[in-house]
Design a protein around this ligand. Structure first.
Ligand SMILES: *Cc1c(COP(=O)(O)O)cnc(C)c1O
Length: 402
């Protein structure tokens, strides 16, 4: 099996698994208790906190453990909205955020908040001019993701942070796809709130972090026993947190070598696919993208069929994002790039992991070339003689009513 869907989730690293085991067994203490067993658990949680703080250049006091990226996004956006609604009820975000941000913003709209959604250019990048123009007197929050989960495109967050600061507006960044994969520095980018998730960086699922800048007070989402400095109640997921901490430590240690390795694999994958397969294109910016993301589209292809046939070949990839791939709705991210529904349905996201190698790339390229060829052979939209797609607007394919 070749796994190339690391943007959906990543396999747990051996060291991460081993670090977790004791906390699932003999070290089962509750970190809020004061005898040795509890203190051991507390110490392990604090060590994980240090490793995560280091990865994003934050202070340990600024790291709050949550149940994952989704909760962190909810906690940040709802927390700011409810805390500062007296100051204003306007929030700025982008059209291509993860559903954890978009659905939260829609919820707030239903409660009287006003949202501005920034568009992206054909490469998936926002314009900072658009951002400046969207700012109003009553804007309380800007939420812009760092790297997109579908197309891997990286937003200019340093500039966004600068604009937010100049206008005295809070800045939340969903960095679930970028932390551990490219450098993230909350101080350099003037970030007030930053979401991270463990299972996207080879840690366990169901654990995440919200970075909250020192001094910033939020309305709370979860009330209870006052864990996490009173900000997020609930007995800590100790084994999960320990695994997350280990994953963060490994990501920090190997950041540069992983970037170099993944970029080489990604670039080779992109070059080979575009060269081998006629009418294949890359979605998202060529340079300004995550080292592990390649998102293609093939004309006259159905992504669903492509995924199933690749699965049969032992290869895992995604069409659209993991959350929307169960429905046939075209990806809103690809749609925001200006692509037509037919183009979007022929899209394939391959997100590489540190376990992949050049041989995997070659096997995957061969398999895709084969499967795309087979699917096109059966497609009424593909001209097999000339190896080109048929023009959809030619008379024989045009609905006579139009
Ligand atoms: C995966 C993901 C999330 C959600 O994180 P979970 O830990 O799965 O809840 C949020 N934002 C982005 C960009 C993601 O890729």
């Amino acid at each position: 099996m070749i796994y190339m869907d690391n943007s959906a989730t990543s396999p747990i690293k051996e060291e991460v698994f081993n670090a977790m085991i004791p906390y699932l067994k003999e070290e089962f203490g509750n970190p809020s208790t004061f005898y040795t067993l509890g203190r051991n658990a507390k110490k392990a949680v604090e060590e994980a906190r240090e490793n995560i703080a280091k990865l994003i250049n934050a202070d340990t006091k600024e790291i709050i453990f949550t149940s994952g990226g989704t909760e962190s996004d909810n906690m940040a956006i709802k927390g700011v909205a409810l805390k500062f609604e007296d100051k204003g009820k306007h929030i700025i975000t982008t059209e291509i955020e993860h559903p954890a941000v978009l659905r939260t913003c829609e919820f707030l709209e239903s409660r009287g908040f006003e949202l501005s959604y920034l568009p992206v250019n054909e490469n998936g990048i926002i314009s900072t001019e658009d951002l400046k123009n969207a700012i109003r007197e009553d804007t309380i929050l800007i939420s812009v993701m760092h790297a997109n989960n579908e197309i891997g495109t990286i937003q200019p967050i340093e500039e966004v942070g600068k604009i937010a600061k100049e206008n005295n507006i809070l800045f939340h960044c969903d960095a679930v796809q970028s932390v551990g994969k490219i450098p993230v520095d909350v101080k350099e980018a003037n970030i007030d709130l930053l979401s991270i998730s463990s299972h996207k960086i080879y840690g366990p699922k169901g654990v995440g972090v919200l970075f909250i800048k020192k001094g910033l007070k939020l309305e709370l989402l979860i009330h209870g026993g006052g864990q996490e400095n009173g900000l997020r109640s609930g007995t800590e997921n100790v084994p999960g947190i320990v695994g997350f901490g280990k994953a963060a430590e490994l990501a920090y240690e190997h950041l540069d070598e992983n970037i170099a390795k993944l970029k080489q694999l990604r670039d080779s994958l992109i070059e080979k696919i575009l060269e081998r397969i006629p009418e294949s294109y890359l979605n998202g910016d060529r340079e300004n993208r995550l080292p592990n993301n390649a998102n293609f589209r093939f004309s006259s292809i159905e992504g669903e069929g492509l995924i199933l046939r690749l699965d049969a070949e032992g290869i895992n990839g995604a069409t659209g994002s993991a959350c929307s791939s169960k429905s046939l709705k075209a990806s809103y991210v690809l749609s925001a790039l200006g692509l037509e529904d037919e183009e979007i349905h022929g899209s394939l996201r391959l997100s590489l992991g540190t376990e992949n190698n050049m041989k995997d790339v070659d096997v995957v390229v061969d398999a895709i070339a084969k499967v795309v060829g087979e699917l096109r052979e059966m497609s009424p939209l593909w001209d097999n003689k000339n190896n080109v797609s048929l023009e959809l607007d030619e008379s024989k394919f045009t609905d006579s009513n139009n």
